[in-house]
Design a protein around this ligand. Structure first.
Ligand SMILES: Cc1cc2nc3c(=O)[nH]c(=O)nc-3n(C[C@H](O)[C@H](O)[C@H](O)COP(=O)(O)OP(=O)(O)OC[C@H]3O[C@@H](n4cnc5c(N)ncnc54)[C@H](O)[C@@H]3O)c2cc1C
Length: 200
């Protein structure tokens, strides 16, 4: 059972997964690979001068997988139910589904998770199915940590922005969700701070 299930593997979802997996939470990302990043070329992502969106996706998926997340490309989440103290997810597996490391996915299509991070881009249908609060402008209503009106359910990236859509903002939202989850798990404010001696 994943501690954290992430629905959508664009910049928002992968960023959330990077932080939670790196810090010891069992993390699964489900992604149908329709990210806008495949249409983009980034010149405005700080620290990276120029990169195609698809190359960014490949690098980031590898980075997140290296840190221990299970990144399932081709597995669509079709239903989420909020249970007492957790969530149940149902997925549909495309025949070509594979993990970022190239292994085939052996999925049973049903999962439970303590936390769910929605990161489905501008597609807010999954959020609407969950009957969470929406803002007047049609975006999903979240607090500064990107938590929705349902405890332990987060919404990140394009779905919480009214047109201010940038990869670095989406990645920041994912990181916010992850730090809030990690703070809840650790029972105090959590900082994912590394120092030069941490580097290999
Ligand atoms: C033409 C174009 C050019 C752009 N250029 C730039 C640029 O130069 N710089 C910049 O910063 N930004 C750019 N952007 C914007 C950038 O691509 C977005 O801000 C960013 O991709 C949003 O990230 P996200 O993680 O919120 O959503 P997305 O990247 O859209 O990712 C959402 C993911 O969720 C998946 N998904 C949806 N529903 C489900 C489900 N039920 N189950 C499983 N998976 C699901 C989708 O398949 C997708 O892979 C551009 C966008 C476009 C369209």
């Amino acid at each position: 059972m994943p501690d954290v299930a992430i629905v959508g593997g664009g910049p928002a979802g992968l960023s959330a997964a990077l932080f939670t997996a790196k810090n010891g939470l069992e993390t699964t990302v489900f992604d149908t690979d329709e990210t806008w990043m495949h249409k983009a070329h980034l010149f405005n992502y700080p620290g990276i001068r120029s990169i195609s969106g698809s190359e960014y996706m490949e690098l980031t998926r590898d980075q997140v997988s290296d840190r221990g997340a299970d990144v399932r490309v081709g597995e669509e989440v079709i239903d989420i139910e909020s249970d007492d103290g957790g969530f149940r997810l149902e997925t549909s597996v495309a025949s070509e589904t594979q993990r970022a490391d190239g292994d085939a996915v052996d999925a049973d299509g049903e999962y439970e998770a303590d936390y769910v991070v929605l990161a489905t881009g501008a597609d807010r249908s999954m959020a609407a199915d969950l009957a969470i609060d929406f803002a007047d402008d049609g975006t999903v209503d979240v607090d500064l940590d990107t938590e929705t009106s349902i405890d332990d359910l987060y919404a990140t990236g394009a779905m919480v922005r009214d047109e201010e859509w940038q990869a670095v903002i989406a990645a920041g939202d994912g990181a916010s969700a992850a730090l809030d989850i990690l703070s809840k798990e650790k029972g105090e404010h959590f900082h994912d701070f590394d120092v030069p001696t941490d580097a290999p």
